[in-house]
Write a protein that binds this ligand. Structure first.
Ligand SMILES: Nc1ncnc2c1ncn2[C@@H]1O[C@H](COP(=O)(O)OP(=O)(O)O)[C@@H](O)[C@H]1O
Ligand SMILES: [Mg+2]
Length: 469
């Protein structure tokens, strides 16, 4: 089947001549190229060599499919752009859903004047949310600075870099009508040469007038240095005490929530924790619809529903599975993505994920005693889909009853089996029931998958098994 797929890509075609209606921008660029002597006619030999299909000056968004026709090469590029799973969304027009948590974030910053910790699983959309929030705050004239934390991040480097981006014009002692030279200067000048002290920094930041500053520390959980967290906690405390016009937004994966917001109670009341949970189904569908609009491909309704089901609330998975599936259709020059494409795409993703697990975990999962507990593990994986990833035996009982698993008895029996898995297979960390530091202060015994990504892998393979049975 090749309905509507243009097959005319071979043989030195003019990249401007096919595939999309040309806007004024395109016309202008083309005449400019002609004027500057660009666009030489390719010779027969040269045209057989691989070429770029779209000029770097063109926006992929300009590359619209011609009514109903799919241009495979362009569709491939548009797809890479629309469904890139490794790139966060940075603009509002590409951001699907999430208005609730964005509203909460804005309220925490604007009304509560609090510092915020955004937490949730990897791939759930924290970085994207942070970027879109930044765009929104800049519109309201906040000075928003973004920093991504690496494993090696140091408090000193990070905050010196931030200070260097805050114009000195915002200092209480500098006149806002200062001359031209003052415009070049930054708060970095006022930070001493020695190691940066969080208290002194807060004092300096408390001198900011005429704007409000938001410092985003993305992937805060990755930082290894405990001094970094200590200093950030100290900074937050001092900024709050001085009612400084600087607020911090930290993002991190769920499993480090306790460390992320586990500051002393005096600091905790200045921090709002916002969990980024699973994405709503219609918002995940929106991501696919935008990809359709950009590429000209169409997901069959069942295929779209299947992607949404497989992704189970993860925009990352929508993109990953959606793009794999769509690429298969493109490879076969089909304009419609079907359920078999989605199944094959999901299998490919699963294969890569399993191969990426630590060898020890791969061996453990292959063990007969562990395989026998697969229904329990899958129920555990589903129950762990909360922002923090913790679950209790009780949470599994309902999940198991509704499933096709063998009778699993009451919570106590489930707990015994979870304990056995924790002990013999080392798959879970366990938090004893009376742990005083437990977030929420619960008394229930709680479990959490030890290996990053394992719960997602189990959920996805269960979804695939269900989706194809
Ligand atoms: N609201 C959204 N709309 C569309 N795509 C999203 C949205 N949130 C996340 N994504 C996509 O999901 C993937 C993971 O998002 P990201 O923000 O990097 O998650 P995290 O920072 O939580 O790991 C990225 O490919 C991103 O483009
Ligand atoms: Mg991120």
């Amino acid at each position: 089947m090749d309905v509507g797929v243009s097959r005319d890509r071979q043989g030195g075609e003019d990249p401007g001549a096919t595939g999309r209606p040309e806007g004024l921008g395109g016309l202008a660029r083309r005449s400019l190229r002609r004027l500057t002597g660009g666009d030489p006619e390719p010779s027969a030999t040269v045209s057989r060599l691989p070429r770029f299909s779209v000029a770097a000056t063109e926006e992929i968004a300009d590359v619209r499919p011609l009514s109903g026709r799919v241009h495979p090469e362009r569709a491939r590029l548009a797809l890479a752009d629309a469904l890139a799973a490794s790139q966060p969304v940075t603009s509002r027009d590409r951001f699907a859903g999430r208005s609730d948590v964005l509203a909460d974030l804005i309220a925490a910053i604007e009304q509560q004047r609090a510092h915020v910790v955004l937490y949730g699983e990897r791939g759930i959309g924290k970085t994207s949310l942070a970027h879109v929030f930044a765009e929104t705050a800049r519109e309201a004239r906040y000075l928003v600075l973004y920093g991504s934390c690496g494993v090696e991040a140091s408090f000193d480097d990070m905050f010196r870099a931030f200070a260097a981006q805050i114009p000195l014009l915002y200092h209480a002692d500098v006149s806002p009508v200062a001359d031209e030279r003052e415009h070049q200067r930054s708060f970095a000048e006022l930070v001493g040469a020695g190691p940066l002290d969080p208290r002194e920094l807060a004092e300096l930041f408390a001198r900011i007038v005429g704007t409000r500053v938001i410092l985003i520390l993305d992937e805060y959980d990755r930082v290894r240095d405990p001094a970094f967290r200590r200093d950030v906690a100290e900074l937050i405390k001092n900024l709050s005490d001085r009612a400084a016009r600087v607020q911090l937004v930290l993002t991190g994966v769920a499993s480090n929530l306790d460390e992320l917001v586990g500051f002393t109670p005096s600091i905790r009341r200045n921090i709002v924790g916002l969990g980024v949970g699973p994405m709503a189904e219609e918002d995940m569908a929106t991501i696919l619809e935008r990809a359709e609009a950009a590429t000209g491909l169409v997901f069959a309704p069942e295929a779209r529903a299947l992607v949404v089901r497989m992704a189970a609330g993860s925009p990352y998975l929508v993109r990953l599975i959606g793009s794999r599936a769509a690429l298969r259709a493109l490879d076969d020059r089909r304009p419609e993505v079907g359920t078999t494409d989605v199944v094959a795409g999901t299998e490919a993703v699963l294969g890569e994920w399993s191969a990426g697990l630590p060898a020890r975990v791969q061996r453990t999962l292959a063990r007969a005693d562990v395989r026998a507990e697969m229904p329990l593990l899958i129920a555990a994986a589903k129950a762990s889909g909360t922002p923090e990833g913790w679950f209790a035996a009780e949470d599994l009982v309902g999940l198991l009853r509704s499933g096709d698993a063998r009778d699993l008895g009451d919570a106590r029996a489930v707990a015994a089996r979870l304990d056995a898995l924790a002990r013999d297979a080392d798959l879970f960390e366990v938090q004893a029931e009376d742990a005083p530091e437990a977030a929420g202060g619960g008394h229930e015994r709680r479990y959490r998958f030890r290996t990053q990504g394992l719960a997602q892998l189990l959920t996805l393979s269960a979804a695939l098994a269900r989706g194809t049975s």
